[in-house]
Design a binder for this molecule. Sequence first.
Ligand code: GDP
Length: 318
Amino acid sequence: MTTTSNALDYSSKIYIAGHRGMVGSAIHRRLQQAGYTNLVTRHRAELDLLDQKKTADFLASEKVDFIFLAAAKTGGIYANDTYSADFIYENLMIETNVIHAAFSSGVKRLLFTGSSCIYPRDCPQPIVEDYLLTGPLEPTNSAYAIAKIAGIKLCESYNKQYGMSYFSVMPTNLYGPNDNYDLNSGHVLPALIRKAHEAKGRGDDSLVVWGSGRPMREFMYVDDLADACVFLMESGIAGGMYNIGTGVDVTIRELAETVMDIVGFKGGIIFDSSKPDGTPRKLLSVDRLNALGWRARTSLREGIVKTYSDFLAGRDTV
Ligand code: GDP
């Protein structure tokens, strides 16, 4: 394993791109908890990362040491499929602008957040990093996946050609504080929390779950992802590609039952077969990261309990 001396330290000036999103806000929280104080953030009205010149000028003048690139356009199966042009365009622009401007302004260490949907739809399970580009993608999110694959290749190429230390991390399906609870654009876990909560409030007999309930997904509490990202950036190791997950997956039916149990909704489930199932299964192999000594800590039940209490406290955007 190659090591570099340029790991984070407490005097580092660190830019978190996308600090208001679920992933960026979790990384921001984690860095604050760990005692980092020189944190740079900009919300969208202050800095539009789709604007190449503004992004380059910002990084040239701020002179940050490290970057966590969590800014992205993300969404669930319906949004990805319906707004594919927005997903590919915005993600390609953000990645290209930030990663190139990071390089131009001398940032040697950066962490880019990808997604587990970059892997071929039908690849062997659990999915190891080397399966990248070994088969066709899942059609419902292929535009988004192509943009994220471009981000991985940007990091890899700046590492190879210029000796940078840029990480690409591939998180499994995430959930937690600051998630998107919109039923059309969000992912399955926040959608089911909201549906179960509202169904309970109305006294419904059942709630609707999209697809067959048979696809399998691995869910990770976003604070565990943030912990892994900071762990990698604090390590002395050189950049590279890492899966980040829990190593455990469940069917969508099992997920719905767990959510219903935690929310206290006693009705049944109706499966809506007019909605797509998407990828049958995407369980990540976390061996590469585990070998460095990192492991996820939050069980699915514990994470959903915390997330539901955040939802009840109204801290999440609907
Ligand atoms: P994916 O992992 O990219 O497929 O994204 P999602 O989190 O949106 O969907 C995961 C799986 O959950 C898919 O098989 C969906 O059809 C299923 N699902 C079941 N009910 C819902 C729901 O209410 N919203 C969403 N987004 N997905 C649902």
